[in-house]
Every structure is written in C-alpha cells, then in structure tokens.
Write a protein that binds this ligand. Sequence first.
Ligand SMILES: NC(=O)C1=CN([C@@H]2O[C@H](COP(=O)(O)OP(=O)(O)OC[C@H]3O[C@@H](n4cnc5c(N)ncnc54)[C@H](O)[C@@H]3O)[C@@H](O)[C@H]2O)C=CC1
Length: 522
Amino acid sequence: MDAPTTTSAGNGTSGDSGGGGWFTPRKAPKPSEGGEQTRPESGEPESPETSEGRRVSAIRPLGRSGPTAPAPENGPVPIPEHRPAAGPEDAAEERIPSARQASDSALASDSALAPTPAPAPTPAPAPEPAPAPGPMQSGPPALSRPAAELSPKGSPDAIRVQRTMAEIEPVADKVTSYFYALLFTRHPDLRPLFPAAMDTQRDRLLKALLTAAELIDHTDVLADYLKNLGRGHRKYGTRSEHYPAVGECLIGSLSRYASAVWDEETEAAWVRTYTRISQIMIDAAAADELRAPAWWLAEVVSHDLRTPDIAVVTVRPDQPYPFLAGQYTSLETPWWPRIWRHYSFASAPRPDGLLSFHVKAVPAGWVSNALVHHARPGDVLRLGAPAGSMTVDHTTDSGLLCLGGGTGIAPIKALVEDVAEHGERRPVEVFYGARTDHDLYDIDTMLRLQQTHPWLSVRPVVDDHAQFPEAVREYGPWNEYDAYLSGPPGMIRSGVDALRDVGIPAGRIRHDSVEELMATAD
Ligand SMILES: NC(=O)C1=CN([C@@H]2O[C@H](COP(=O)(O)OP(=O)(O)OC[C@H]3O[C@@H](n4cnc5c(N)ncnc54)[C@H](O)[C@@H]3O)[C@@H](O)[C@H]2O)C=CC1
C-alpha cells in the first residue's frame, strides 16, 4: 500500500491503538547491506507438430468439428457436456489473471494494494486484467465464503466493521473516489507511488483493505496473504510511515459514507482492525528487507515468438533470484512504469539462473503487448519477489494431476521439471488445454518431457467450448493425486468443480487463483 500517514495514538504495537488514534509503526529493522533465441527449450518446432514430425494427438470433445488431427493414441476422449462456459473475458486475460478478473483482484495478488494501472499519455490501451493472484491452495474454506457467513457472531470489532461495510456497499464507487481524493490531496508525496492513471483498478487498494478488515477475525488465514502483500509492496517504494496516511484516509472516507452507523466505537474498531492489518504487512516487509532486495533488474536475453501473440521471454536477473517451481513473480516493463503484472516461472530454477515467462498479448493488455511485441534482448525489466504456493510437496509421493490451459501451461511445465529434478517416480498426468491445435504452442516441449520421463503422461485437449477440465473424468482414478490447475479463471472454476466431483478433496487442489476470496472481496 502506499501511503501515509496519520497520527498515531497507540503505543505502536499491533492491535492496541485503542481507538483513539493511529498507531505508530514499530521501527523496522535496518536493512542489511544489504539464451537464446529462445525458447528455453531451444530447437523446437513452433507448430503443434512434434520434433519428430508427427502431428499432435489431441483430445477433442466428441461430436464437434475442429481442426482435424490424427486420432490420439488412445482415441478421442469424449468430454461430458454440462459445464457452463466462461465469459469471453476469461480467455482474454493474461496471468494476471488467472485468477482474477481485474475487479476481482483485491486480495488476489500483491498488486491489490499497489498502485494501479493508469491510462497512458498516448492512446492507451485499456489496462490488462489484473495479474493472477498468487497461487494458493484451493481456497482456505474460511476465505471462500462471504465474511458475514464466516463470522456471524464475530468479535465486536468484526461486527462493527461488517456493519460499516453493509452501509457503504451501495456507494462503493463514491467511497473509492473520495478515498483516493483524500489520499492524494492530503499526501501528494504519495501520488508518484501510483501509476499515472488511476481510472481503472483504482479500487484495488481500498478493496483489499476492506476485505481484509472484514475478515479480521480470521487473521490466521489472512496472515500469509498479508505478509506476502507487505513484502510485495516493497517494490512500490512503500514505507512503514505510509501506512498511517492510508489508514487516516480510509477512516475519512468510511466515516463520511457510513455516517448512519458511524460512532466513536466504530471508529475505534476500524483503527484497531487497520492497525492489525498494517502491522502484519509492515513487519513482513521489514523482515524481508533483511534478506532480499525490493526488486531485481532483469535483462531480456531472448525473445521467442511462438505464435503471433505468444512469446517466451527469457531474462537474466542482476542478482540471484531464488524461487520454487510453480511460483510466479510480478514484472514491470520500462514502457509502463509502475504497472506490474504477474507471470509464472515457466521452468524450475535453472543452473544458469535464467528465468522464462510465457506471455500472451491480449487486446487491451499494456504489459503483455509490450512484452510480446516490443521487448527485445537487451531490454531491462524489473521483477518483484517470487510468490505463490502452487508448489510440489516433496514430502509425499502422491501423484500429480495437472491441468494447464493456454499459457497456464507455463507453471505446469515448471512443476514437471521440479519432479524430474528430484528424481522421483511419482506419476504426473498433465492435461494441456487449448482452443485450437495452433494454440498448443508448447506441446513440443511437453511431449519431449514425456518421452524422457516414463512417469509423465501429457494429454493435449483441444476444445473451444470451455469443457477442457471435463477431460479428466475419462481417466483416473484420481483419489491418490494432488491436483494443480493453471489457466483462465473460468477454467480454474470449472476445473475445481470437476476435480472435486472425481473425488479430490479441496485441500489437495492447488491453483493460482483466489477466486473464492475475490468473490468475497467483491
Ligand atoms: N502466462 C502465465 O504465466 C500464466 C497464465 N495464466 C493464465 O492462463 C490464461 C491463459 O489464457 P489463454 O492462453 O488465452 O487460454 P484460453 O482462453 O485459450 O484457454 C485455454 C484452455 O482453457 C479452456 N477454457 C477457457 N475458459 C474455460 C472455462 N471457462 N471453463 C473451462 N475451460 C476453459 C479453453 O477451452 C482452452 O482449452 C490467462 O488467463 C492467464 O492469465 C495462468 C498461470 C500462468
């Protein structure tokens, strides 16, 4: 988050600012001193033809026409037809998405509290859908339902917060506008932390704060999210002294638009709640400062256009960049300062330290268009810290059932490489969904991995009717598998349904989406 200040009445510790004023953030610890033309998988054909020259055998729903391809090795697999199709916008999003439709992003990613995109000085394309939220387990149950349901008899503070939220709901837009007007008027020094244009996704910061406040009784569930958020805000230049300013303006807008329920006790409840939230973020950022930079510079070393709108971009970070396969990062281009988007690492950590991303240019995508159509070797990007928990649990030997839709195959490929590097023999079953053969831009790599690793099975599924996840029903049983989903939000949604239907418990389904949480936020 970004902004600053207010007075503090508390003693500076979380949750004890008694309602009379703002806390003073505890002092943060002192920071320590502290290719190829490329496809990372070079030499692969660009079409869905394999390096051996044979066509890809893809699963297709029966009874539908489509680009013909030889029957899959096991024959076409019928896909039950009963899942609702996702809206067209689902398909258009770039990881930033994944999980999220732009407006959903509140708690979905670390950019939620971040400066939001802004229209550019030129005929600016509309901002991209928000980056995909950080992978997290298929929904901590507590976060998958509306807050009111979570705490029907919450703490007195939670009840007051919820009452305020109900009051402002019908005028949410006004609250948002007023909040930013207050923030930028009272604290003009904070304005540069936000993108030039605030007309879209501008409510992310406020939305994230409000949602976290509403869930305050569930801080154990929120803690990881808030810590990640606090760490992620380092790259925006957010400092601990900014938090009181944001809190002050938050209270200013709430008291104005929830005047019917606002009183001294309500204000005190909000102060305590906000103090708890912000202190978790501040502490996490301070701890992170001791061990990692706020951002990394990364030079593009190769740019491989796989299709007219999909590129594999490989970068070399200016210093070691530790991460786990299945995680994602936030990325800023020189063309759109302060606009960050999330992309998953498309490979497990490599000995040469290079990082690759699969980027699909979407019609209104500022960052993705720049990366696909303008980025060239030598360009320097900025990367935020790695995040996400869609990682392999190496303490078990369960099989992995992976569904990767479109460019969502990127982290799935990283997971496969991770399993291979650990020398495990656990079964890994990958379903790779695409709308057309041509969209299977990385099938060659996946089939090569399949040839190398007998425990890996890769099944391309060509389907343009939003029924890709249904393909898993024809295989299995899956009850001994952990599931990983990556792709458009609609695919994640229907994929979770399909996987639960085939017997995989929610706790064993991981994905890059916090839709449930986002739904709550909205
Ligand atoms: N680039 C990256 O690092 C990552 C990207 N993502 C996300 O993956 C998505 C990829 O987009 P595209 O390549 O355009 O994929 P797409 O829209 O072409 O869809 C890929 C596959 O998912 C299926 N699908 C789409 N919507 C569906 C729905 N509602 N229900 C069931 N199946 C559905 C399609 O039929 C297709 O088989 C983006 O939303 C992106 O944000 C996710 C993780 C990482």
